[in-house]
Design a protein. Sequence first.
Length: 120
Amino acid sequence: MAVYLFSETIIKRLLYERYSYETSGGSLTSSKQVGVTPINIHTLPSYTNTVTVVAGRGAQRKYDGAPVNATIYPFIAHYVVCKQIGGETIQTTYQGKFVVFKATNGLWSLAPDGTPQITY
């Protein structure tokens, strides 16, 4: 099995995968095709997902969705999503903060850190 290091290529692939699941055959409201074009990707300093004990709350991870001791790679992305629905193409521009980490199964995982905003 190949080992892939964190890179902008992984970010681009994971952003595409985030929207590509919407394509399915048959539904009138589902996308026939999806395209994601990054405009700007700004990586932030990575950190290790540690656990601390907080009085009254118990054990807390820095990032709840990732395994303990996983390296978390945060980034801010400005990107365009194009969806072909019926006979028209809908284009939406987003900006959002995300984190990427390796899940316990060894695969890269992308999670939003907040809600991506439509920026037009």
